[in-house]
Design a protein around this ligand. Structure first.
Ligand code: FES
Ligand SMILES: [Fe+2]
Length: 419
């Protein structure tokens, strides 16, 4: 449970808010690289952390991320002309490069040096892992790039996609940390019956025991969660997941298989991107593991990145299917999640919740975020931001003898850390 004040402190990320300041100490994934496919192509609107921005790829392929509002009279740069290494406002022709310098001002006398005095807000940008990342904090605190494993793999080992959730980023993170819901919300009515013949650890052990015991460990960059279920008479099945500052998750995985990460990037206080990444550190992804082949058809192709099953159509719930086939009657897994998180209201009222034993990861994540934001208010910089290696980790999954704790097994430890 959180008070209304604590909830606001945790959830509000606009410019000048304590949590917004903390987020701005980290690199922020803003767009998929493929959204800006070509030099001098159409600019894109990008609202991030409550700021209205415009992104464009210039003539040299460099991405600029600038304020949406022209510093002259505040026209939208979205309508601008993307040409000759800069974005030109079409109202009076003022042109800005990717660093925010005004490089042309045709509406002023040729002898004027006014253009040298005008800048537009422009954030440093990097491209890596199929994503465009921006640093939106004070220049003197710009951190190194995260040490996420997928940022240095061959592109054929990595797939990224995204969708838009219509709720605050924290409750979407909470949804990914609450791994117990997978064996209920995402289940089929036949899963328990089929578990005897299942070929994956999750399929075999997740459904017979729907009340796992949660164990939470702090790491420098976040938390490590082990959800322990009964496996055989002498063993436990551990589902191992992570949350990393400020909004990264990694959901449990089968041993040696692909890892799946989420990035719940706030658009503003009431909407967030769910950018997800899948990577196989050992081999190329199979075609059916790539989002463009098995996920993206669920998204409305109009630039909103809303799922076809969304709040406006009750996530296309099918009550017959719910009676006979699936737990929810909602077909698309991520729509099952967003029906839950968006359905809480845009910012869930934590003063009325009743947290239970499976919510330990959620409680710890909230505490870590609030503590880090409070420390930053006192002048203590977040240590994880300057330690890329603390992000060089994976989630996991394993079956261990009952007397072995999940972080004590050397093979498991190796499997959830990148060397
Ligand atoms: S408002 Fe952009 S150039 Fe005048
Ligand atoms: Fe889920």
């Amino acid at each position: 449970m959180l008070t209304v004040e604590e909830t606001n402190y945790l959830c509000r990320v606009g410019p000048g808010t304590p949590m917004g300041n903390l987020m701005r100490r980290y690199w922020t994934p803003v767009l998929l690289s493929k959204e800006l496919p070509e030099p001098d192509g159409a600019p894109l609107r990008s609202r991030i952390l409550g700021e209205d921005l415009v992104a464009y790829r210039d003539t040299n392929g460099v991405v600029g991320l600038i304020d949406n509002f022209c510093p002259h009279r505040r026209a939208s740069m979205f309508f601008g002309r993307n040409e000759e290494c800069g974005l030109r406002c079409v109202y009076h022709g003022w042109k800005f490069d990717a660093q925010g310098n005004c490089v042309d001002m045709p509406s002023e006398p040729a002898e004027s040096n006014f253009k040298d005095k005008v800048k537009i807000t422009a954030y440093p940008v990097k491209e890596a892992g199929g994503l465009i990342w921006a640093y939106m904090g004070p220049a003197e605190f710009e951190p190194p790039m995260y040490g996420f494993e997928y940022l240095s793999l061959n592109p054929n080992q990595v797939s990224v996609s995204k969708l838009r959730y219509e709720s605050n980023y924290v409750q979407v993170i909470e949804g990914d940390l609450d791994t117990v819901h997978a064996s209920l919300l995402h289940s089929r009515l036949s899963d328990l019956e089929n578990s005897a013949t299942a070929t994956t650890l999750g399929g075999k052990y997740q459904f017979p025991d729907r009340a796992p015991k949660f164990h939470v460990e702090d790491t420098e960059a976040g938390i490590l969660i082990g959800a322990r279920r009964a496996a055989e008479a002498d063993s436990y099945y551990w589902r191992i997941s992570r949350w990393l500052f400020p909004y990264f998750t990694m959901i449990p995985r089968e041993p040696h298989g692909i890892t799946q990460g989420g990035m719940m990037v706030p658009i503003d206080d009431e909407n967030c991107w769910f950018i997800h990444v899948r990577w196989n550190h050992l081999a190329p992804l199979e075609e059916n593991q790539r989002f463009e082949n098995n996920f993206d058809h669920n998204i409305i192709p109009d630039g909103t990145w809303l799922a076809k099953a969304n709040r406006r159509n009750d996530y296309l719930i099918d009550r017959e299917d719910q009676k006979n086939n699936t737990y929810t009657g909602i077909a698309f897994v991520r729509a099952q999640d967003s029906a839950m998180t968006d359905g809480m209201g845009t910012i869930a009222d934590r003063s009325k919740e009743h947290l239970a034993t499976t919510d330990m990861g959620i409680i710890r994540m909230r505490r870590r975020l609030i503590k880090a934001a409070r420390e930053l208010e006192e002048g203590i910089e977040p240590s994880a931001a300057s330690n890329p290696d603390s992000f060089a980790v994976r989630s996991g999954g394993c079956v261990l003898p009952r007397d072995v704790y999940f972080t004590d097994d050397a093979e498991v430890w190796d499997d959830i850390h990148v060397k």
